[in-house]
Design a protein around this ligand. Structure first.
Ligand SMILES: [Zn+2]
Length: 79
């Protein structure tokens, strides 16, 4: 069983993570050579978006679980 947001201790839950606001991926990369005043160089390694935000890992997992349920609902509705 993979860990869910409910299995996290409060300390684990509050751990900050960077994620992509476009596709919700945690595959955030940093391009050190292209940084400027408005951009710290971080971008999504999955979709290439530079819309990166930081949140608690527990909140990220909750959102991921919500999206996973949604994906399953869509799959079931096709049956
Ligand atoms: Zn992305």
């Amino acid at each position: 069983m993979p860990k869910t947001s409910r299995d996290l201790s409060p300390d684990e839950y509050g751990e900050p993570v960077y994620y992509c606001k476009t596709c919700h991926s945690l595959a955030v990369l940093v391009d050190d050579e292209s940084t400027d005043e408005d951009w710290d160089g971080s971008y999504c390694g999955n979709c290439g978006s530079t819309d990166i935000d930081v949140c608690k890992i527990g909140d990220w997992m909750k959102e991921e679980e919500r999206r996973e349920r949604k994906r399953k609902e869509i799959e079931w509705s096709k049956l």
